[in-house]
Design a protein around this ligand. Sequence first.
Ligand code: MN
Ligand code: MN
Length: 474
Amino acid sequence: MANKKENKTAELFADYPNLYKTASSDDLKAAFAFAEEYKAFLDASKTEREFASNAVSSAKELGYKDIADVTKLKAGDKVYTSVKGKGFAAAVIGKRPVAEGFNILGAHIDSPRLDLKPNPIYEDRETVYFKTHYYGGIKKYQWTTIPLAIHGVVFTKDGKMHEICIGEKESDPVFYITDLLPHLGGDQMSKKASDFVPAEDLNVVIGGIPVKDKDTKEPYKAAVLKLLHKEYKITEKDFVSAEIEIVPATKARDLGFDRAYIAAYGHDDKVCAFPALRALLAQAKPERTCVTFLTDKEEIGSYANSGAQSVLYENFLMEILAKSMGGEDKFNMLTFRKALAGTKMLSTDVTTAFDPKYGNVFEERNTAFMSHGIKLEKYTGARGKSGSSEATGDFIAQITDIFSQNSIPWQTGELGKIDAGGGGTISCFMAKYGMDVIDCGIPVWSMHAPIEVISKIDLYYLYIAYKAFIENIK
Ligand code: MN
Ligand code: MN
């Protein structure tokens, strides 16, 4: 009797268990298999361009058509669009009229990194360097003394785009930012961490063998320019149109004796983008029209024509509505606005995981824990919820109901202690259309570091959660 009473009381409490404790062996197996697919995709998709292009290939393989090539759409049709080669949108048309609204998953595929300055190459004391400008919020000192790779595109005089990727193959060279030896680092080490590696010192070593010609003014730089011209037909001026990103030259690796975690570059937010893509690609003929947005420039405010604030994502939805109603000439703005107002969206971005070493920045009753699953974040923002797009209670109730019907574990919380800091996501740009949107994603350790950490079990249940959401939310 006593036991029964105790159980009844337990039901009154919220319980967010560690999923490695509660997962079935089938789920564990599925989680580890899904993690392998994620690692392979991540290694081939370190930049937004690579991710977007691999997303297009995955969609095409499953019969998705470029929406520009389609004039009419019906239930079960699959379309995609590339957003300037750096963002991606895809949809499966549902059985219900599109005018009733979309079910959207939105993640971002850009990650913190070092970009080249427009005039990047210089020679100093017989060494050649790239000048960089960091992209997104980073702790600058973390980017020194690690192997770096160069990813991006250059444009030759004929207007052609050429892809560059150096540092990923075993046989490739890597690139490197030096740091001061501890023996002479006393002064440096006494500075604030934000100051001891200034942004203008994030200069990447790229060469050190001169040309033989004695009259050349900068023989070391000249040698690198010669190599670049030979390989890519570019000159120094072409760096102004190039888009080159410097990222860690490391592959995604299992972490821990038990391989519970994955250590990799770019989990923020590709660990949400990958399952958001896969959840869409798993749809055949859903009830409501399902959409996945993979956006660019989130780390610097979602501006630019490939960021979440670009109308190109909106245009994709407009085009779907018009073509599902019989063609572009059938488009009606009010019907579109109403469709957006009837839309449900998960803004799927990572959150920070509680880290016991830095426990003082978290409020333990309201924080996400590693391996405890997807975190529903009612609001983000900083200093009194400022800048947050707060989700409505009825929408959250709808989501948690779907999760409980599908046995999907979840947790909740805030980013950190009130006034300890804060951050934003793409949800506010979507909420202005009247759609219901909530931030959710899985916890990450060392977010924005060159190598971040996620839990495999979180990744798997995130995928299951995204699928359940787009298949069932109304
Ligand atoms: Mn993010
Ligand atoms: Mn971020």
